[in-house]
Design a protein around this ligand. Structure first.
Ligand code: PLP
Length: 419
């Protein structure tokens, strides 16, 4: 680790909380330089939904590499891109009744997709304000950071972040209050002091924000309010999309049809960088080249993305499996929470679960001990007090149970000897 401490910037993060050198990985198991096997419940912060080095997806990109096909072509037309769009359109969109979306490939980060979504909304409406929600996370370039709640990130931007108004997320004000009522009221009220918004941007489950789960009714209200006030409705599905909550899109359960959907993280299916927007056809107001970047729609990533769809999304089996495994996880985590009295809370949807420890010290000690025992889990939430469980959606039951056993032991140790 000395090279990393001496040569890599202080900004490095995960090499601190997971102090080991990782050399190889397959599925849900990572191997360190010293030969230690570690179970991965972080999955690249949701970028590895189909596991590390997924063999079937690897076969598709190995073949593509060997054929000297186009890897980088700016946003030129290629067979790889054609096949991706046709497959995504027929297998994902049309199967779900989501017709007439166009694809915009952005720069490779999720943040760049968010930038594009905000720019397009402002261009269409001629308005500046964007509504985002408490504890929201949308990336850290300036536009994306402006709709991100975390103070650490906002201060690190170094300039005033303007153009966004934060409203309470579902549940923020307790179970008795529906924050959508407040949002509707201030947006309809010409004298509320809240400028008419270009867009409302929302995560259906807040990943970095602490696995906060929005309900179906609240999400539907937010979509209806967007329409009512002439704002675009953007769902940021960068972390919760691609099957994480049990369905391909995290908003399917609520029957939403967003104007714009941002996608990244697990979109390529292989941990390769790939980001895009889905834009409702009638909202595609861009002029050619208005939002561009050198690395857009990288062809190797499009090939792995197409393979992932063909392998996992042509039938309902995979989705049903994720929902079943999610239930197993939830039951086990709830049992662990129950063992320790009522101070812990388990929440989430599908295979995105959070274990709220209430105190950052407990979450820190439990994740540290878990790593010593061979499990990678990370913390999230406003005070880093929530432990996030994001195993690969392809994980087998035995490995899933092993990982949860390790967490159980790590938490028990933490609670026995608080530090
Ligand atoms: C990770 C994430 C982003 C930002 O993606 P980057 O690739 O890190 O820029 C945006 N929105 C959500 C919901 C995310 O989880």
């Amino acid at each position: 680790m000395r090279t990393f401490e001496a040569l890599e910037s202080n900004v490095r993060l995960y090499s601190r909380s997971l102090p080991d050198v990782f050399s190889r990985a397959r599925g849900s198991i990572m191997l360190t330089d010293s030969g230690r096997e570690v179970i991965d419940f972080l999955s690249g912060a949701g970028a590895l939904n189909y596991g590390h080095n997924n063999h079937e997806i690897k076969a598709a990109i190995t073949e593509y590499l060997a054929s000297d096909a186009i890897i980088h072509g700016l946003d030129m037309a290629t067979p790889a891109k054609r096949e991706f769009m046709e497959t995504f359109d027929s297998v994902i969109l049309r199967e779900r009744g989501l017709q007439n979306y166009r694809f915009q490939f952005t720069g490779p980060t999720g943040a760049n997709a968010v930038e594009a979504a905000l720019k397009l909304s402002r261009k269409i409406t001629g308005r500046q304000n964007v509504i985002s929600f408490t504890h929201g996370y949308h990336g850290l370039s300036l536009g994306a950071a402006s709709v991100t709640g975390g103070r650490l990130f906002r201060q690190a931007s170094g300039v005033a972040l303007s153009g966004a108004t934060f409203m309470p997320y579902d549940g923020y004000l307790g179970p008795a209050v529906d924050p959508a009522d407040y949002l509707r009221k201030v947006l309809r009220d010409e004298s509320s002091g809240i400028d008419a918004p270009a867009a409302i941007i929302v995560e259906t489950v807040q990943g970095e924000g602490g696995i906060n789960v929005a309900g179906k009714e609240w999400l539907r209200s937010i979509q209806a309010i967007s329409k009512d006030v002439g704002a675009l409705f953007i769902v940021d599905d960068i972390q919760m999309g691609c099957g994480r909550t049990g369905e391909f899109f995290s908003f399917e359960f609520a029957g939403l049809s967003p104007d714009i959907v941002t996608m990244s993280k697990s979109l390529s299916g292989y941990g390769l960088p790939l980001s895009m927007l889905l834009i409702k056809e009638e909202r595609d107001a861009w002029r050619p080249g208005e939002h561009t970047a050198t690395f857009r729609g990288n062809n190797l990533a499009l090939v792995s993305a197409t393979a992932a769809i063909n392998i996992y999304w042509r039938s309902r089996t995979f989705s049903q499996g994720v929902q079943r495994m999610g239930e197993v996880m939830r039951r086990r985590l709830e049992a662990i929470a129950f063992e320790h009295g009522n101070s812990f809370e388990v929440r989430g949807r599908g295979m995105a679960l959070g274990f709220d420890c209430q105190f950052a010290e407990i979450a820190e000690a439990a994740t540290r001990k878990a790593f010593e025992k061979g499990l990678i889990i990370e913390r999230c939430g406003p005070g880093d007090q929530v432990i996030k469980f994001l195993p690969a959606l392809t994980i087998d039951l035995e490995t899933l149970n092993q990982g949860i056993d390790i967490f159980d032991a790590a938490l028990a140790e933490t609670m026995k000897q608080p530090e």
